[in-house]
Design a protein around this ligand. Structure first.
Ligand SMILES: *Cc1c(COP(=O)(O)O)cnc(C)c1O
Length: 491
């Protein structure tokens, strides 16, 4: 056997291997990441690990077996309910991630729709809704109606109203949306929800554990949670601004009747009567213990302090970005996430992003419209923010001086893939590339040299890292051929 040692290896050697494997990962401990990780410090992390470890083997699958886990879960949900302003008639579960929480809501509202006799369920999503909702729609066969945005990047309430029809099983607002950090007009959505008697879910996956504390600090926000009548459920990820270990999110419903549609029961299974509140079978007790421990360790005071640091960093970052000529923020982000774009055609924002990546920052690029995203945490000190801004100003200069970089490497992969027409073709090519990277003999996915077939044999032609990524070239060639054959036909 090639991939399993004949004889077990010493623990310390294995652990040292694991350490080495991570050396090239994004440097979150130095706060170089602007997405993905919510990291505070080594001592706090060790504490969470310890808490996680105490329930490492415990299984939340059967809530009548591990009563300890049920207790932890209930405490987490009660704390969350207080933050989101819903009373104890609410019902919910701790899930493994925001995606699971959001997808559960899709399933719930589809099933309520079915009960009402809706055969072709539809849900109305702001254009900026998290992709978890698209995934839920695809998995559960619910049609998406995508509402456009108003000038301020929040969903256009008139667009939403026009889309409501007899097939609507739910509408959605985000507090805030992930790409640009803008809070949708939840109060107006609540009015629509009541007027047309449709469920309204508020996705506070990223905002749920920080907006309450920003409000405490005096940041003025429109009502964004269960305080708005008409909001029937909410999702919030404690593994984001709750600074818990990965693997903990919540979904809460205002009333039990709605929640019941989420629950799965099979009373006839030979393995025993089975009831499950969420997607997972085996549920990781450690993640609940760590989330619970995070709440206990921070308390209101600790979370307020973390929010204060985050707010300071966000404001510093916003000011700095607005000062850089050629960059502008999207809308007026009031939470701790933001995005910016180029205001000059000569500055390609994806080149700016690429230069920043090369400088050792981890960030995400946006599309429709193009931009760069930043999720700010309490670990982004003044020093880090200032260094980021300094590098950003330089990156803008580089992009301006070298427009040809837009056709090369990762900038081209992002840029072309987000702008080419023929979206189905783009989807197919990305699917090929992505799925191939999961072949057991595949090379790593590399946007810098994205070839249409990752893995397998070396393809010599594509090896030049300065050329346009070959999968983009392939789509362009395909498109040009198709256009010319159409032109020929019409002759
Ligand atoms: C992060 C996020 C999600 C998905 O959460 P995961 O934990 O990454 O699965 C959903 N909605 C919003 C608004 C988010 O920010």
């Amino acid at each position: 056997m090639k991939y399993i040692p004949d004889k077990g290896r010493p623990f310390d050697e294995i652990l040292s291997d694991l350490e080495t494997f991570g050396l090239d990962d994004p440097s979150y401990k130095e706060a170089r990441t602007w997405s993905l990780v919510y990291y505070l410090n080594a001592e706090y992390t060790e504490f969470l690990q310890n808490a996680y470890g105490k329930y490492f083997s415990a299984n939340g699958l059967n809530p009548t077996a591990f009563l300890s886990l049920k207790r932890l879960e209930k405490d987490i949900l009660r704390y969350t309910a207080e933050l989101l302003h819903v009373d104890e008639n609410a019902a919910g579960v701790v899930t493994s991630c925001g995606t699971e929480s959001c997808m559960l809501a899709v399933k719930t509202y589809r099933d309520i729709g079915r009960k009402k006799g809706i055969k072709k369920p539809e849900m109305i999503l702001p254009d900026t809704a998290h992709v978890a909702w698209d995934k839920g729609a695809e998995y559960f066969n619910v049609k998406i109606r995508r509402a456009s945005l108003a000038e301020d990047m929040a969903v256009d309430i008139n667009a939403v109203e026009k889309m409501i029809n007899k097939n609507t099983v739910m509408i959605l607002g985000s507090s805030p949306e992930y790409p640009h950090g803008i809070i949708d007009p939840i109060e107006e959505l609540g009015e629509l929800a009541q007027k047309y008697n449709v469920p309204l879910h508020v996705d506070a996956c990223v905002g749920g554990y920080i907006l309450p504390y920003l409000e405490k600090l005096g940041v003025s926000l429109p009502k964004w949670d269960f305080r708005v009548p008409g909001v029937t459920s909410m999702t919030a990820d404690i593994h984001k601004y709750g600074y818990a270990a990965k693997g903990a999110s919540c979904i809460l419903y205002r009333d039990l009747q709605t929640f019941k549609h989420q629950v799965f029961v099979q009373q006839d299974w030979p393995g025993g009567i089975f009831a499950s509140p969420a997607f997972l079978g085996t549920r990781p007790g450690g993640a609940y213990a760590a989330a619970w421990a995070a709440i206990q360790a921070n308390g209101i005071e600790g979370y307020t302090e973390l929010a204060k640091k985050t707010l300071r960093a966000t404001n510093r970052l916003k000011k700095g970005i607005e000062k850089i000529e050629g960059l502008k923020l999207y809308g007026d982000p009031k939470a701790s996430l933001l995005a910016y774009h180029s205001t000059e055609p000569a500055i390609n924002i994806f080149v700016v992003g690429k230069v920043m990546l090369d400088k050792g920052w981890h960030l995400d690029c946006l599309q429709r419209p193009d931009g760069i995203h930043a999720m700010v945490t309490a670990s982004h000190t003044d020093e880090i923010v200032d260094k980021y801004l300094e590098d950003l100003a330089e990156a803008v200069k580089t992009a301006k001086a070298h427009p040809e970089l837009a056709d090369k490497g990762a900038a081209a992969t992002y840029g072309m893939a987000s702008h080419l027409p023929m979206r189905k073709m783009v989807k197919k090519e990305i699917l090929n590339m992505f799925a191939n990277s999961y072949r057991l003999n595949a090379k790593e996915l590399d946007l810098e040299n994205a070839s249409e077939e990752m893995g397998g044999e070396e393809d010599g032609d594509d090896a030049d890292s300065n050329s346009m990524p070959s999968f983009v070239t392939k789509i362009i060639n395909w498109y040009v051929k198709r256009k010319s054959s159409k032109a020929n036909k019409s002759k």
